[in-house]
Design a protein around this ligand. Sequence first.
Ligand code: UD2
Ligand code: MN
Length: 558
Amino acid sequence: MHAGGKYCGPRHCSFYIIAFLICQLFFLVIFIRNDDASSANELLSFMNESEESDHLDWRVFISHTPETSEDFYQYNIHLSNALGLIRKLPVTRHHSCTTRNSILPAPLEANVSVVISFHNEARSMLLRTIVSLLSRSPEDYLHELILVDDGSQRDVTLLDDLKRWMGGVFGSRYRLGLTFLRNQERMGLIWSRNRGASLASGRYVLFLDSHCEVNEGWLEPLLERLALNTNLAVSPLLDPIDPTTLSYRKGNELLKGGFDWSLHFHWLKRQLTNQESLEMPYQSPAFAGGVLMMSREWFLKLGSFNPYLKIWGGESIELAIKLWLCGGQIEIVPCSRIGHIFRRRHAFDFPPQSDRQLSPAQETYLHNSKIIAESWLDEYKNMFYALRPAARRIPLDHTYDELQRMRKERRCHPFEWYLRHVSPELRMHFDELSATGTLRNEDRCVHARQKDSQPILASCYLSDITQWSMLRQSGQLSTHRELCLAVGFGMRIALEPCGRNETVRRSQRWVRLGTHLLHAESHLCLDNPLKDRLEMSTCRSHAVSQSFQFALEMEGQT
Ligand code: UD2
Ligand code: MN
C-alpha cells in the first residue's frame, strides 16, 4: 500500500462501500414513492384533460356550492375549495409499511364496495373524499362506490351534478360500479349506510364519512388482514384533519377504541407487549370510529347496523359489541391511514324529539344507547340506567324477539364475556365501584355545579344532574370531573380535587351504613335537615333526612 494512503485501505474502502449502499437505498426509496404516486398522476392528468369541457371542470362543479356561513359545515369551506381535488398528504404511517410486499388475494375474491352517506356536505370536500379514494386505491380491488345523499337541504342538485361529473370523468376509464341514491326525506346515516350495504355486491363493504382523504396504500393492509380471517372487521388508523386549517396530522397508534357505561365512545391507551411494534395490527374493543371494513355477507348476517337506531350515533358501538360476542374480532391497522375531519360540533340539526328536558341531539343519542343496553348488556344494563336515568323515560316501540333469535342462533356470548375477554377497562370500572349514579334524598339530588365549591341539592330531573361514583377501595365519592365530596374545617362539606395521598383521602372517605353516608374521619353522617342544604350531624338510624340512595348499588348495604 502507498505510504500517503491515497489508495483504498480496508477502513476507507468500507466507508465508500457503505456510502454507496446508502445512496442506492435512497434512490430505491424515491423510486418506490414515485411508483406509488403514478396511478394518482395518471388519473389526475386525465382529469385535467377533461377540464377542457366545461361541465367536467371540477371548478365549475364546486362553484355551484350554495352560499352559507362558515358554521354550516363546521370546517373552513374557503380553504377546502382552494385545496382543489386532491393534495399530497404527509406519509404518516411507519416507514416499514410497504405496499410492495403485500400478499393479496385475487381481486375477484377481495373486491370492495364503498358506501358513503352524506348530509349537507360541501361539494369540494365530498369530491376530495371521492377522488382521493379513486386515485389511491388499486383499481382491481375497488368494485363500486355507493353514494347516498341523505336529504341534503340546500344543495338539492348536488347528486345529479356529481353523477354527470363522475360519469364524464371516470365513466369510460374505470370498471367501477357507480350508484347514486338520494333520500327525499332525511333518514339518518345509519339507515342510509344499511341501504347502501344492502345494494352492494362486493366481497367487502367499507363505510366512509364524506369528509375524509385516504392516504397512499390505505387499502392493501386492510385487505391483507381480512384475507386471514373472514369474521374480522378492520379499521384504518384515523389521521386527524384540523377543521380550521385543514392540516393533516398523524394519528396515534397507542390508542384503541372503547366506551364507558354511559355508552359514550372513548379512546383508551394501550400497552405494547415486548413482541409488538407500533405498526402491527392490534385488537380493539370498539372501532376507531365509523370508518370500518368487513365482509359484506358477515355484516348482513349480523343484522347490519341495528335498524332501530335513529339518525346518528352508537351504531359502531353496537356493531362492535355484536361482532365480539357473536364470533368476530376487531382490529385497527396502523399501516392503513385515512384522514378525517374531526369537527368540534355537529354540522346538522337533529329532528325534534318528545322530551322537553333533553335537546334533540341528546335524546337521539340516548334513544340509541338505550337500544344497545337493552339488546346486549344483559343485567349490566342497570349500570347504564344508573348513569343515564333519563333513558328510562324514552319510549321504544319495538320488541327484541328478532335480535334474541339471532343471539341464540349464532350462539353469541353473554355480555359478561365481553367484560372478561375484550374490555378489561370496562370491567375494572365496574369492579372498582361500590355505588354509582345520582344520589337522592327524598325528591332532591346532590348536585355539583361547575362554579360552586360546595354541593347543592337540586331537582333529580335536571338533564346534567351529577352522577356520582363511590370507589370501593378508598371510599371516595367522586364526580366525573374528579371532584370528591370532602368534610373540612368546621365540618364544612366541600368539593375538592380527588386526592391520591393518604391524608387527603382520609377527609374524603365515606362509609355506607344502610342508606346513610358516614364520614369516616368525623363519624358524622351526611344530612339534609332543611331540604335545601347539606350538613354533617350525628347519625340517627331512622332519620329520613340522612337517607341517601344511589341509582345503582353494587353491593348489599350493611
Ligand atoms: C362518528 C363517526 C361516524 C359515525 C358517527 C356516529 C368517525 C370518523 N366518524 O361521527 O362514522 O359512526 O360517529 O353515528 O369516527 N350523515 C348522514 N345523515 C345524517 C347525519 C350524518 O348521512 O343525518 C353523514 C355525514 O355527512 C357524515 C357521516 O354521516 O359523512 C358521519 O357523520 P359526522 O361526520 O357528522 O359524524 P362524526 O364524524 O362525528
Ligand atoms: Mn365525520
